[in-house]
Design a protein around this ligand. Structure first.
Ligand code: BG6
Length: 497
């Protein structure tokens, strides 16, 4: 929550939010609902305007009806006044068609606000047209602040995936830097806006209890899972060109890995945190062609080819798994098993750290003495943290059993958790870049992913078909089995309230 003086500043600084790609999934499902929630919480400037821009012809009224479907039913009475702030402008930002309408709409709003307004551009468009779109913002002078207000420079928000590979990510960065300097560019990975993801930081560095155990002497391995039960839905055209590895592992999962594995930053500044995350990502060992064959899995759910806008013989993966190592003193030898997929058993994102089995001599002869401890950080749903301990079962036998200690958000806190996009959009308005990622992090992540994508594109790892409602490609079980381990099922573990 911002401080009172920050809220006062927000209220008195007029701003306009231009959402390019306003009819797309991201804008409808995430951006407009988040803006509405900020509006309801009175956290938007008093003079505020949303310019919704997309290619389809709509009147502002039609467009508002589309947005209405995505807004929550709570506080319905606030919707009409929120809608008054939205103006729809049909245009093609990649083809440079009608962008002058945005300039006109901003000028009109500046007349109403009787002064300069902050301009925030949200590029909620396909990464394949981002370069052209940014170039066209520049060509139309939209990167400039209004006259004589150079300190109120426009901000631009870009979304993952940042390009398709290292090369395209660098090209996008080049174009962005032609028109915007670093502190004007906000690169969103919405997982960083999730309350539970931010809590990883507090859990690790505000609890002295864990720091001495957080290394390869005690931790056997780490599993990170982002599973979804939904399929590609209406995003077939985008998803088929992207795949699970680029869609989730390159960004969300590598960010989670970085937060779990990073060294403690010197302070809480955005710069220090980014430096430490970057260090870890740089230290991820790049897989050799041989390792790619034995440590990665790609799968596609049965029925994927029948989804809308999917190429008939598509080889795009909807499930991806990889085993990675971090080459530094703390993590040498500790495997990080990462997996993601669509149409799996359920929706869950979790990080599980499994401790080593110490094989203590004093428990020889006991039943089940070696149940390794685990720490589960459940990002969603049933948000919380669970620790698996071993306890002696009451009774006359010497039998051990795993028991759980849990902290659950629902029972520990009354305060509702803000949505990730709500938090991130508020941070953009406040000018706080801590929860946004740097170009360097993006590039280092692509260096990990590119060799895998290349091998997969040559079919060096066969694509397997998996049944919807399962945990995905069975080969991923095999990889852990060969290492003498197994996947721990996150949904079953904690905070089942
Ligand atoms: C997006 C991906 O970044 O994250 C989607 O493009 C995925 O494919 C979504 O469905 C998952 O986000 P969340 O917040 O629902 O876990």
């Amino acid at each position: 929550m911002p401080t009172t003086s920050e809220i006062e500043n927000i209220k008195k600084s007029p701003a306009t939010f231009v959402v390019f790609g306003a009819t797309g999934d991201l804008a409808r499902k995430r951006i407009f609902p988040a803006l509405f929630k900020l509006y309801k919480a009175n956290l938007l400037p008093t003079a505020f305007k949303i310019i919704a821009a997309a290619r389809t012809e709509h009147s502002s009224e039609n467009f508002r009806a589309i947005v209405d479907e995505s807004l929550s039913a709570v506080d319905k009475e606030k919707i009409p006044s929120f809608f008054e702030k939205i103006q729809y402008v049909p245009l093609d930002v990649a083809e440079d068609k009608n962008l002058t309408e945005v300039t006109n709409a901003i000028s009109e709003f500046e007349k109403e606000a009787a002064g300069c307004v902050k301009r925030i551009y949200y590029m909620a468009i396909s990464p394949t047209i981002l370069e052209e779109a940014v170039e066209n913002l520049g060509k139309n002078g939209l990167h400039l602040a209004c006259q004589n207000h150079n300190d109120n420079k426009p901000l631009v928000i870009v979304e993952k995936p940042f390009g398709q590979d290292l090369k395209s990510a660098q090209k996008i960065a080049q174009v962005l830097s032609k028109y915007f300097v670093q502190d004007q560019i906000y690169r969103i990975d919405h997982y960083l806006g999730k309350e539970t993801v931010q809590n990883i930081f507090a859990f690790r560095f505000a609890n002295e209890l864990f720091e001495s155990l957080w290394n390869n002497k005690f931790i056997d391995h780490i599993q990170i899972t982002t599973a979804e039960n939904i399929g590609v839905e209406k995003r077939g055209a985008f998803y088929d060109k992207t795949g699970a590895l680029r869609d989730i592992i390159q960004n969300h999962i590598i960010q989670l890995l970085a937060l779990i594995a990073m060294e403690e930053p010197e302070d809480s500044s955005s710069k220090s945190i980014k430096e430490k995350k970057l260090e870890v990502i740089k230290n991820i060992k790049k897989l050799t062609p041989e390792e790619i064959k034995t440590s990665t899995v790609r799968g596609q759910y049965e029925g994927y080819l029948e989804e809308e806008n999917i190429e008939p013989n598509s080889k795009t993966e909807s499930y991806a798994m990889t085993k990675l190592f971090i080459e530094n003193e703390r993590w040498q030898g500790v495997p990080f098993y990462l997996r993601t997929g669509k149409r799996l058993t359920g929706k869950v994102t979790s990080i599980i750290l499994q401790f080593k089995d110490r094989q203590h001599k004093i428990f020889e002869g006991f039943e089940n003495p070696n149940i390794p401890n685990t720490i589960t950080i459940q990002i969603q749903p049933n948000e919380g943290i669970g620790i698996r301990l071993t306890a002696k079962k009451p009774g006359l036998t010497s039998e051990f059993e795993p028991v759980a200690m849990e902290f659950c958000y629902k029972t520990s806190f009354d305060t509702p958790q803000p949505e990730a996009y709500e938090r991130l959009l508020l941070d953009v308005i406040l000018g706080n870049q801590s929860l946004f990622i740097s170009q360097e992090e993006i590039e280092e992540s692509w260096k990990v992913i590119d060799p895998i994508e290349e091998a997969w594109s040559k079919n060096e790892v066969p694509l397997t078909v998996y049944k919807p409602g399962t945990w995905g490609a069975e080969e991923a079980e095999e990889i852990l089995k060969k290492d003498g381990r197994e996947w721990l099922q996150p949904i079953l573990t904690i905070c089942k309230i």
